[in-house]
Design a protein around this ligand. Structure first.
Ligand SMILES: *Cc1c(COP(=O)(O)O)cnc(C)c1O
Length: 361
């Protein structure tokens, strides 16, 4: 083995991440409900800001992201010096793993947790530790039992993707308090804006030296294609992450578009309301045709079927009608399909089609 070219340990254990399907053979304009995108797109002000940056493409972007961090700080009532911006929250997750975990260290996440936690842990040679959930809900006691002197990071998405369930603030606090001293609790708030009155874990990350929050512009802001997210936490952690962040990780276009987007909180409020309305409608409609879902706090529902075969057959049936939802076998939920809450017409179409599928049997 000495004279062979091979990657670092762990790398070959990474299963390639598959994004939500976007096309179906033979269907011209499918309805894409597979990637939790905002059906209303990005706010106009963000699109205008994006266009304006065409005039400065020859300039390097600024490296400290101050203007965007101040806008985020303003809107959320947070200290801009405790914020870091990255290429999606994915990059923040990568930084955390690079900075805090390595060979012989353990990175903890839950059974139906976001796939990027495992990928980022393996990429730095750390050992991923997957903790069972209870009926598709993270189990704080089980997570605490899984921790030991090698645990460096504990990732929890709240609300979680693809289950849509979430832990209470009291449970998150109990988790933070129970972790071993050398471990950081990372609260992934990708869907936090969809939960009325929830701060995404910001208060916990403000008060505790071992809590860090990640957020994204990919979901409610409708900017998944732009690739920008941010993290907030203790100054000491931000200082560490900034050392490994590339100085030009974000373009002027990304920075200015995101800044205009975060300033448009009316847009966020309207999208949150419309999402809650249609999510409620969709889960009721599914319940009526015998397809149960957990109470989701995010912009998707997890539809449960009688078994793997039924879920796969339903997915195929939907695709033939130009409706793309997400298979979640890679999340250990092979009998389920994750359906993004689209606009009203898409929700009606997908519910109607699943009803037809159920009627066929
Ligand atoms: C979509 C999603 C993200 C966002 O990732 P980006 O890199 O910011 O696009 C993060 N965490 C979870 C759990 C998600 O579902």
């Amino acid at each position: 083995m000495k004279d062979t070219i091979r990657p670092q340990p762990g790398i070959l254990d990474i299963a390639l991440y598959e994004g939500g399907k976007a096309h179906v053979a033979g269907v011209a304009n499918p309805v894409k409900l597979s990637s939790n995108e905002n059906p209303f797109g990005a706010p106009d002000r963000a699109k205008e800001a994006f266009s304006r940056t065409v005039h400065s493409l020859h300039r390097y972007p600024n490296t400290d992201h101050r203007s965007l961090r101040e806008a985020i700080g303003d809107v959320h009532g947070l200290d801009p010096d405790r914020i870091i911006c990255g290429v999606g929250s994915d990059e923040i997750i990568t930084f955390l793993c690079q900075a805090y975990a390595g060979p012989r260290d353990e990175v903890v996440f839950t059974e139906h947790g976001f796939l990027m936690y495992r990928i980022s842990a393996l990429a730095v040679g750390a050992t991923p530790v997957e903790v069972p959930e209870r009926e598709r809900m993270a189990d704080v006691d089980a997570i605490l039992r899984a921790c030991n002197s090698r645990t460096r990071l504990v990732f929890i998405a709240n609300p979680n993707n693809p289950t849509g369930t979430m832990l209470s603030l009291a449970e998150l606090e109990r988790l933070a308090d129970g972790l071993p001293k050398q471990a950081i609790l990372v609260i992934d708030g990708a869907y936090a804006e969809y939960v009325e009155g929830y701060d995404g874990g910001a208060a916990l990350a403000t008060d505790r030296p071992n809590v860090f929050m990640t957020r994204t512009f990919s979901k409610i802001y409708g900017l998944g294609g732009l690739r920008i997210g941010w993290g907030y936490g203790p100054r000491a952690i931000i200082d560490v992450l900034n050392r490994i962040r590339g100085p030009f990780n974000l373009s002027t276009t990304q920075l200015e578009t995101a800044e205009a987007a975060v300033r448009d909180q009316d847009w966020v409020a309207r999208c949150r309301m419309e999402n809650a309305r249609m999510r409620h409608w969709l889960s009721e409609a599914l319940a009526e045709i015998g397809v149960p879902t957990d109470t989701s706090m995010a912009n998707f529902v997890l539809a449960r079927f009688g078994g793997v075969e039924e879920a796969e057959a339903c997915d195929e049936f939907l695709q033939k009608q130009g409706l793309i939802v997400r298979r979640v076998a890679s999340y250990k939920l092979p009998h389920c399909l994750r359906i993004t809450v689209g606009d009203e017409a898409s929700c009606r179409r997908v519910a109607h089609a699943i009803g037809q599928f159920k009627g066929l049997k």
